[in-house]
Design a protein around this ligand. Structure first.
Ligand code: 7TS
Length: 404
């Protein structure tokens, strides 16, 4: 079993008081907190080897380049990509999805179809809508049921030779549903469609194996898995990355430039124009090392216990309804209380030191499905405790009394 109290000392922010109360941080779905090793690695980079990468012959530039490429290799091993050049650094999930959607503009024709799911974050909806507007392709939506699960019979029915790409999240940010992505990937391939998996909410909880999944693209952000903001990964199969055009033009993504014609660099540089977030790239490797030291089996065990305990405790509250009741679920609980706006609960419990997210969670179609303006979302990480859940339950009860 993990020694949670010891792990908590790795995270300086967790020992803070907020509004005079000990911080209870349950907004891990938005971004995770950072362990001291990650915070230190950012300083060390700037103190010791700060230089631009892939361009200088001087020692610092080489050290920075080496550290950046070592980190790429860590990511490759972590997600089990076949080739190093299939791992692209991006600024985050949103950027990765936009890069792929933009690339498909050169492939799609009017009459083609793009499939997204009813469970998507806006960043896995809007880029595909923009793509469809540009190309005349049609956006289709895989529906969900009342438990917040995608309906696989409907997915099977929607897939056809017209489907060119499917975009679905591995885990829903608003409800916590774990989607049957392996099934969905295999089915997409049966009709010749590509498939992108939005792993933003999965990577804090599990270690994706992109070769076993056989997905064409897998995107995620570093900041939800103990890493810094402004860094993320787009994994793409070599054949697809060779087929897609570059997203940004500029320095470092070229082989040769003349005013008549430019030829592009090989992967991964073709998609990495400009000076990247060098510190972020290096420190993402530190964050991945940290999480692997804790161990994803341990993380899952701890988070499942928190999920079960919080579900049981919250359901003690009269008039409380949980949205997202799939059997396959990660440590996210979205809930509302009869007759009370989620924002009001969030504001009161913040005064008691409890950080949750309230609102539509950038997933308005999910809120529309349930006919609600939003929810209160508590999202737990391995460093959270049952005692913190008790504090939240007490705070929610207090807010309910004040508001009804
Ligand atoms: N996809 C999913 C499933 C997400 O949960 C998020 C962020 C994104 C994409 C976008 O990631 P970004 O790093 O590019 O911004 N989700 C949330 C959330 O649930 N609360 O705040 C951000």
């Amino acid at each position: 079993m993990l020694d949670i109290q010891k792990i908590r000392t790795d995270f300086p922010v967790l020992s803070q008081k907020v509004n005079g109360k000990p911080l209870v941080y349950f907004d891990n779905g938005a971004t995770s907190q950072k362990p001291q090793v990650v915070i230190d690695a950012i300083s060390t980079y700037y103190q010791e080897i700060n230089a631009n990468i892939h361009r200088g012959v001087h020692t610092l530039s080489q050290l920075a380049t080496d550290a950046y490429e070592v980190s790429r290799a860590k990511v490759k091993n972590h997600i089990n990509a076949q080739f190093l050049h299939e791992v692209l650094f991006t600024s985050g999930t949103t950027f990765g999805i936009n890069l792929v959607a933009n690339g498909f503009a050169s492939i799609l024709k009017p009459g083609d179809e793009v499939l997204v799911s009813a469970l998507e974050h806006h960043s896995n909806i809007v880029p595909w809508q923009m793509l469809c507007e540009k190309t005349g392709a049609t956006l289709k939506v895989i529906p969900m049921n009342e438990n917040g699960e995608l309906i696989m019979e409907e997915y099977d029915r929607l897939l056809s030779p017209k489907t060119k790409i499917v975009a679905v999240n591995h885990i829903s940010n608003a409800l916590g549903t774990i989607n049957p992505v392996k099934y969905m990937i295999d089915k997409a391939h049966e009709v010749g469609a590509a498939i992108l998996i939005d792993g933003a909410q999965a990577v804090p909880h599990l270690k994706p194996d992109v070769q076993e999944l056989d997905c064409d693209f897998y995107v995620f952000s570093g900041h939800k898995m103990c890493g810094p903001t402004g860094i993320g990964i787009l994994y793409g199969k070599e054949a697809w990355l060779n087929k897609l055009p570059p997203y940004l033009g500029g320095g470092e993504m070229i082989k040769e430039v003349t005013f008549e014609k430019t030829t592009y660099a090989d992967l991964p540089h073709k998609f990495e124009a400009g000076t990247p977030n060098i510190a972020g790239g290096i420190v993402l490797g530190t964050a991945i090392d940290y999480m692997n030291e804790i161990g994803f089996d341990n993380i899952q065990k701890q988070e499942l216990e928190l999920l079960n305990y919080a579900t049981k405790r919250l359901l003690e509250i009269d008039g409380l309804q949980i949205f997202g009741t799939s059997e396959a679920k990660t440590s996210v609980i979205s809930f509302n209380i009869d007759g009370i706006h989620p924002y009001d609960i969030g504001t009161i419990i913040d005064k008691l030191g409890i950080a949750v997210r309230t609102g539509h969670h950038c997933a308005q179609p999910i809120m529309n499905f349930f006919g609600i303006p939003g929810t209160i979302r508590a999202s737990f990480s391995f460093y959270n405790t049952k005692e913190e859940i008790d504090l939240m339950v007490d705070a929610v009860k207090k807010a309910q009394m004040m508001l009804s």
